[in-house]
Design a protein around this ligand. Structure first.
Ligand SMILES: Cc1cc2nc3c(=O)[nH]c(=O)nc-3n(C[C@H](O)[C@H](O)[C@H](O)COP(=O)(O)OP(=O)(O)OC[C@H]3O[C@@H](n4cnc5c(N)ncnc54)[C@H](O)[C@@H]3O)c2cc1C
Length: 435
């Protein structure tokens, strides 16, 4: 390992590794530093890795759609074969149920129309042709199982769903991150594991490097915070948090993993689905299982975490609440006594839209606040961060003259001020994992 690089990337999750790949392709000498022992072992490992294109904003939808093309052509995009295997894009399509809270998806369909993304509207007869196990009763608003209103049926059933083919999920998010590491290494990128960044150095208002826990100092004129749920810890180390209008914090989330109804091959016919009527999303999982997470309805208490190194990794009552809500939609599921699943942290911003930006410290950049919904966007995050960093290092003031980034598969341009740390809270956001 050298002691001087063009850029240091703190974190080797899906975001940090994709930034490494895109910078390395541009000829930058990068090093990712991670306190864990391999790429993608942080919150990325817990990701449901759902690849969908629908978001609450036009820019969010365009970014997700652009990223989709890279997942769909993963091996060619990476230009490298990982000896450990390549992650697979299981392209099932995505189903989003129409309901009261999403206004029967009027806005979603208008965003899809504007971007030319094809979709179908399904009524419940069509839905049940594919998913005979789904019940169409509406229960909105979502409730806790111990609430007397839990399971109270609304007069009108759900009207149907929007289904679009441009989506699915990635077989193994940790492996996909390792794929990126291998691809970045092919361009000369380096990785340092089992090393915690404990200090960030500055000289004359310019970042100059970092020190890791064993005292090793590494120098670079560019340092990128891609530390996931630890992003606020790193921002405080760099002393830049006060200069951010939009901030990040860590939020604990549980995803349950329960058997699909016996006799129904959900693993083959299932697809990632969003059901805001019960405040849950789900997707198929190997072994004919269902992964199910919360869409952050008001009834679910928010478990904000002060220290991202210390949180409860066991399933709690929250898991049972998600299982009971899922059982309203899929009445035939059996709920195990001990619900299994994963527990990890989201890195959430004030408006659940990420921050991809410079900072008030020259040379210190932010790829943070991924708010439980940016795994899918990693390819585009790598691309926009590489462009933003290169232009800012060449003297452009992105705060005053925001970079416009061309989305080549859609022939449209996105204003990167959308992701600024200095933006006002974006009121178009869902303020949830839906983004
Ligand atoms: C339960 C769950 C389900 C999700 N489902 C989806 C989904 O279906 N679709 C989707 O698009 N997104 C999903 N997400 C969100 C997505 O997984 C995240 O946005 C993404 O993985 C974040 O990647 P990252 O690289 O920023 O963070 P991480 O993967 O957490 O990587 C950050 C890395 O930084 C390292 N680090 C932190 N501090 C230091 C330090 N001081 N020194 C050195 N290293 C440090 C950590 O060890 C870690 O490896 C989900 C997230 C969770 C938790």
């Amino acid at each position: 390992m050298k002691k001087t690089y063009d850029a240091i990337i703190i974190g080797a999750g899906i975001i940090g590794c994709n930034i490494a790949f895109e910078l390395a392709k541009r000829g930058w000498k990068t090093i990712n530093i991670d306190k864990l022992s391999d790429a993608g072992q942080g919150s990325t490992a817990a990701s449901c890795a759902v690849i969908r294109v629908h978001y609450s904003t036009l820019d969010g939808t365009a970014m997700a759609y652009e990223s989709y093309f890279y997942w769909d052509d993963w091996a060619n995009y990476l230009e490298a074969e990982d000896p450990g295997g390549m992650a697979k894009f299981i392209k099932t399509g995505i189903m989003v149920l129409k309901c009261q809270v999403n206004e029967k998806l009027k806005k979603t369909m208008s965003l899809l129309d504007e971007l030319g993304i094809s979709y179908e509207e399904w009524d419940f007869t069509r839905i049940r042709n594919r998913f005979s196990i789904l019940d169409e009763t509406s229960y909105y608003p979502p409730q806790r199982p111990d609430d007397s209103a839990f399971g109270r049926k609304n007069k009108d059933a759900l009207p149907g769903a929007v289904y679009y083919p441009a989506g699915g999920f990635i077989s193994d998010p940790q492996l996909s991150t390792h794929n990126l590491q291998v691809a970045a290494e092919a361009y000369g990128a380096e990785f340092l594991f089992n090393s915690q960044v404990t200090a960030i150095h500055k000289e004359r208002h310019q970042v100059s490097g970092i020190t890791v826990a064993d005292g090793t100092r590494i120098n670079a004129p560019v340092v990128i915070n891609a530390a996931g749920p630890h992003s606020f810890v790193i921002n405080r180390l760099a002393g830049i948090e006060d200069g951010m209008k939009i901030k990040t914090r860590a939020l604990r989330h549980e995803v349950i993993h329960i058997p699909a109804p016996s006799g129904f091959d959900f693993e083959t016919v299932g697809c990632p689905s969003s059901d805001s009527d019960i405040g849950c999303y789900w997707r198929p999982e190997v072994g004919n299982h269902i992964l199910c997470g919360s869409e952050d309805p008001d009834c679910d208490p928010k478990d904000w975490i002060d220290d991202p190194d210390v949180f409860n990794r066991d399933m709690t009552e929250q898991a049972r609440a998600q299982a009971y809500r899922l059982a309203l939609r899929i009445p035939e599921i059996g709920i195990p006594r001990n619900i299994k699943g994963v527990v990890d942290l989201y890195d959430v911003t004030d408006d659940w839209i990420p921050i991809y930006d410079k900072s008030d410290l020259s040379g210190f950049y932010l790829a943070v606040g991924t708010s439980g919904n940016q795994y899918k966007n990693a390819p585009m995050v790598g691309k926009i961060m590489a462009e933003l960093i290169e232009q800012c290092q060449n003297g452009r003031d992105h705060d005053i003259d925001p970079i416009q980034f061309h989305l080549e598969h859609q022939n449209r341009t996105i204003n990167l001020a959308f992701y600024s740390r200095l933006r006002e809270i974006n009121t178009e956001s869902s303020f949830s994992v839906l983004g």
